[in-house]
Ligand binder design. Sequence first.
Ligand SMILES: Nc1nc2c(ncn2[C@@H]2O[C@H](COP(=O)(O)OP(=O)(O)OP(=O)(O)O)[C@@H](O)[C@H]2O)c(=O)[nH]1
Ligand SMILES: [Mg+2]
Length: 312
Amino acid sequence: MKRGSSPAGLFSRLQKTRDALSGGLAGLFGRGHVVFDDAVFDELEDQLIMADLGVSASAEVVNALRQHSVLGKIETLDALRGVLAEHLASMLSGAERSIQVESGSGTPFVTLMVGVNGVGKTTTAAKLAARFQQSGHSVMLAACDTFRAAAIEQLQVWGERLSVPVIAQSHGADAAAVAHDAMRAAQARHTDVLIIDSAGRQHINADLMAQLQKIRRVISTTDPTAPHETLLVVDGGTGQNALSQAAAFGEAVALTGVCVTKLDGTARGGVVVALARQSGLPVPFLGVGEALEDLRPFQALPFSQALVGVDP
Ligand SMILES: Nc1nc2c(ncn2[C@@H]2O[C@H](COP(=O)(O)OP(=O)(O)OP(=O)(O)O)[C@@H](O)[C@H]2O)c(=O)[nH]1
Ligand SMILES: [Mg+2]
């Protein structure tokens, strides 16, 4: 297996979150053997909430654990980790979803990337392009972030690195017009996958949402079945803020999934659990670094194990 692509690779990338959570869990066992009474369960719930798992997911997993301790199964920190990982994984199994491109459908598979600024939309678009290429698909990128001056060039640099055509206009052009050009170009060239990058804004604002809706309309005018994926990108380091981003973007455009990035640099990785539970959206991918290969398909069990510290 390629370095960094194994579950152990994910394990090392989630270290900051795990360290934060583990410290709290170990604290429960500070005095040796633990009697799992209500006070300890409350403390455990607090630790999970502090690790950004969210109030409801934390309550749910702790309630499930209460049943276990009645059976006398949790006597050590490792045992606690093991059952925590299992319960989290079963709560998260519905969030697993791979993105399947139907080849030979005659029309490009269109993925629209959305999210607030700086979360990793452009980088994730490039990582996705690389993945689709590796699985034998032809790919095209569309630079629909015409808002930020350097955005077009940033996507073009990725395009050159990947030998992927980038459809772009000049800074300040109408983003929907770029989307239209890209749809036409991808159809004409029989491209398998078109990935559309879009602009972010410092705050979620009405202009951004109106622009995204316009991009979507233009895409579906060219192909009524498109976009096939509308992926929200959120920065894992923003913690619970990611939940309000998911709600706001979900109201404006129909999201098909959420990619959580920058999990390598944050202690707030538990937010993946809160997001999956609260938004109900699948989590096709996690971003765990800046390089092209640092995009991991989300798998509930390895993720849960890495989060709580069960070494696979
Ligand atoms: N450590 C780490 N850095 C990441 C990850 N994903 C993206 N980045 C970095 O985050 C920064 C912003 O990424 P972009 O892809 O430009 O973000 P964006 O959402 O397109 O930003 P705007 O276009 O300004 O809205 C870059 O320096 C990326 O290298 C990740 O998973 N881990
Ligand atoms: Mg960008």
